[in-house]
Design a protein around this ligand. Structure first.
Ligand code: ADP
Ligand code: MG
Length: 586
């Protein structure tokens, strides 16, 4: 066997490149983070062939002095950690690994100048071999160019995907960094085409700047369909925009989380977000949101992964309960706000002359690797009208005018008409009421004039015996009756008119399924949801105008009434402008 010896620097750098750089987008991330750390105001990125043949990052930051240029590409050399500890970091970088790692697996050139003149310096490295530094004409700031990334590590090269896909990953990387650093201008060009271009008119109003950035990167529809949150809880700050529940997405790609100015990608956080929306979204859809968390540095450990994409929270449980609470209360305050996308869908259904791509088509294309050109397409804003909940009307859902097909209520508002699905809406109301009453322990019950006997499988009888008490807490009072049946004596008042048999059979099924391993809250939601479905006005029932108005007024007062328990909208709105468009008046 060979003797033990310390590895040469070249090999160490290649090994570390394997950790820091898994693909071109991670090189882009490292270079942009360096530019951010150097207080740049504008960062331009040029990429060819998914970053495989060329990546160039140009900034106008502080630059690197002639004396330090060689150190910058030396392993574990950094200007960002003063003698102190690594838990109070104010920079994105600190490991001193990126530049030497990239230099070990590519042809890299760095040109830089830290003065306000043209007397810059440059250094070249090919597969880790440094050439002598030379003077070069370069203004203040830094330009790093990387050619033939991974050409000396063919194994890594093989793992890369198509140029289009790698480009998409780069675009997403820049998008996240640009969202988080909305005071800096970003300009991304992929194969000579603009992929991202942000423009910052300087403003003291941070909220305005962020909103402008959100609109540029995620489209106007994101802003229109989200609610602002701004909460401080002990030493945590939560700011951002939460998409309304009906504005959901097929995956977690549109969940952007930033902690203390860092982009964080963390599956456990995605799970928490999903949990917070659980009540209003079907299991296969995901919320869209942008969340900035700020907390004292000792609450998080950023040094758990070389790419620093992941983060460890000192107390994840504590953070989880905070996020759940804040999300739920903010979504509740948003009340009946439903996604404007439904309106768009409606209009498109109505209009027969549409040669425009639908919003949904565009949206799907956004995440399809073969369609980079469409990435920046924002839907024609004129087609989306904001459901503006800031307006003064005391009755935002308007006055009921009529019912049609015994299923939908049409109401008139100042700005147009609203079509409400009576069953979906009522179901939501009953659900929220049952849940509220249950938690406040004041479910009103009604004694049945004639108790109802229901036959049940004898094997089921055994397992529900212990759960009758639980059922009675929900207002359903029943007893075992003989060997194969139960007798129901009382029901929640709100469910008085429902089909008792069906309700109880459904409820028993749910109870049999209940076991201690399931979270109590989850159970409560499910049981209430089952009961609500039975207690709601069916589609197909005639309603009087008064009843319709009553339903609309209750919706306005009920949290989350913009969608039913299954995440479908309970109503859609058509603005007068939209209707005029349908008739070609506009
Ligand atoms: P780290 O960012 O962890 O310090 P890097 O290898 O990424 O390590 O960079 C090494 C050093 O080079 C940085 O600490 C910084 O001083 C300098 N540097 C790198 N990129 C830039 C840049 N764009 N502008 C100014 N200085 C830079
Ligand atoms: Mg760095």
């Amino acid at each position: 066997m060979n003797k033990i010896k310390i590895l040469p620097d070249e090999i160490i750098n290649q090994i570390s490149a394997g950790e820091v750089l898994d693909r071109p987008s991670s090189a882009v991330k490292e270079l942009i983070e360096n530019s951010i750390d150097a207080s740049s105001k504008k960062i331009s990125i040029f990429v060819r062939d998914g970053g495989k043949s060329e990546i160039i990052v140009i900034d106008d930051g502080n630059g690197i002095s002639k004396q330090e240029l060689e150190l910058a590409v030396t392993r574990h050399a950094t200007s960002k950690l003063s003698e102190k500890k690594i838990d109070s970091l104010s920079f994105l970088g600190f490991r001193g690994e990126a530049l030497p790692s990239i230099g070990s697996v590519s042809e890299m050139t760095i040109k830089s100048n830290n003065n306000n003149d043209q007397n810059g310096t440059m250094i070249e490295i090919t597969s880790g071999i440094k050439k002598k530094i030379r003077p070069v004409n370069h203004r203040k700031g830094t330009t790093v160019s990387i050619k033939k990334l991974f050409f000396s590590t063919p194994a890594r090269l093989k793992f890369l995907k198509s140029d289009n896909y790698e480009s998409l990953l780069i675009k997403r990387t820049v998008q996240k960094l640009a969202l988080c650093n909305f005071h800096i201008d970003f300009d991304l060009t992929i194969n000579n085409k603009k992929a991202i271009l942000t423009k910052n008119q300087k403003s003291d109003d941070k909220k305005k700047m962020l909103e402008r950035r959100l609109a540029t990167l995620l489209g106007d529809e994101f802003l229109e369909n989200s609610i602002l949150i701004n909460e401080i809880s002990e030493n945590f700050k939560f700011r951002g925009y939460l998409g309304v529940p009906t504005f959901h997405h097929s995956n977690t790609n549109n969940q952007f989380l930033f902690v203390n100015g860092r982009v964080v990608q963390d599956k456990s956080m995605n799970v928490i977000f999903k949990l917070a929306y659980r009540d209003f979204m079907s299991y296969d859809r995901f919320p869209q949101l942008v969340l900035f968390i700020e907390c004292p540095p000792d609450e998080v450990d950023v040094n758990v992964h070389p790419t620093k994409n992941e983060m460890r929270f000192r107390n994840l449980n504590y953070l989880r309960s905070k996020i759940l609470k804040i999300f739920k209360s903010n979504l509740a305050n948003a009340g009946h706000k439903a996604s404007t996308l439904n309106t768009v869908k409606a209009i498109e259904k109505f209009s027969f002359k549409s040669n425009q791509k639908t919003f949904l088509q565009l949206k799907d294309e956004k995440f399809n690797d073969e369609n980079l050109d469409n990435l920046n397409n924002n839907f024609d804003k004129n087609n989306i009208n904001e459901l503006d909940d800031k307006t003064a009307s005391p009755f935002p859902l308007g006055y009921a005018k009529s019912q049609f097909h015994k299923t939908y209520i049409i109401s008139e508002t100042d700005k147009g008409i609203i079509i409400t699905d009576q069953h979906a809406a009522h179901e939501r109301l009953v659900y929220e009421k049952l849940k509220k009453d249950f938690f406040e322990k004041k479910i009103k019950t009604q004694i049945l004039l004639i108790p109802v006997v229901i036959d049940i499988d004898s094997s089921v009888i055994k397992s529900i015996e212990k759960k009758l008490k639980l059922a009675s807490e929900y207002g359903v009072k029943m007893e075992i009756f003989g060997k194969t049946s139960v007798i129901v004596r009382e029901l929640p008042h709100i469910l008085a008119n429902c089909n008792v048999k069906k309700l109880v059979i459904d409820l028993i099924e749910e109870l049999v399924d209940t076991n201690d391993s399931k979270s109590v809250e989850n159970e409560i939601n499910k049981i209430c949801s089952k009961m609500a479905c039975h207690g709601s006005i069916r589609a197909g029932r005639d309603l009087q105008i008064d009843e319709m108005n009553d339903l609309l007024r209750k919706m306005e007062l009920t949290p989350f009434s913009g969608q039913c328990n299954h995440g479908r909208p309970t109503y859609v709105e058509l603005k007068i402008g939209d209707i005029e468009k349908l008739f070609g008046r506009k």
